[in-house]
Design a binder for this molecule. Sequence first.
Ligand SMILES: [Ca+2]
Ligand SMILES: [Ca+2]
Ligand SMILES: [Ca+2]
Length: 257
Amino acid sequence: MNKFSKILTAGALVLSSISASASEITVGGVTWDPDYQTLLATDFIGAVEFAQWFSTAGLNSSGAPIITPAFPGTVGSMLQGVGEITRFNGKTDFVCTTCELTVTFGGMLFDNDLTDGSVYDLAASASTGFLNIYFDNTANFDLGGFASQVDSDAAADGSLFLSLGFDTLQQGPGYTAQVGHLDSFWSVSGGAAAEYFDTDSQLFGSDLGFAATVDFQNNLYGIGGGVASGNSIPEPTSLAIFGLGLLGLAGAAHRKA
Ligand SMILES: [Ca+2]
Ligand SMILES: [Ca+2]
Ligand SMILES: [Ca+2]
């Protein structure tokens, strides 16, 4: 076997191992299939359960939403919350058994002024609104036992899997600060998986849509659930460079032979 065919064989082996594992990739501790398909023709679907509240307190030094609440619908307060991703592309074992994937969000300013079509201040929220997703190899967040600041902190520790900035939102019919449905739209700004989710493929050119329903039931905290959806792709740059590298290797070997 000459050098050229040896390299071709090695390349073929590498390529076949890629195609064998192409269905699932692991990034930042999270394993998923970037070609997962559903009837919605999107290849990322995540189910999220969360607690949310209105507050003027923002974040603490660890980046966790401060749990001091304002009454829902207080003008000048911001909607914020913490939660956990419970299902990722149809799977519940997308992280290790002692791991978790948690969510923090905030910065959506309530103005109760419909001039911009929303009870939120869409322009202000576009500069302050955030959605962060954390991978943590210690599963310390417990939505069911959510009671104090340490519970919020537990959703903001670990490593940043994905961070997103607020683009805009649409409120469902009859939405009030107490109860209702919100569709919010987000653009990737950072995190370990940033390049996989920066696809501009959702409404308004966003990367991720988040459809959520919440009911405060006259409490200061509301428990809600939602679905995040978008597209995820195999990281384009390194795959392309890898392919070019293989071609270059084959070409160099051919010239020598
Ligand atoms: Ca408004
Ligand atoms: Ca945690
Ligand atoms: Ca984008």
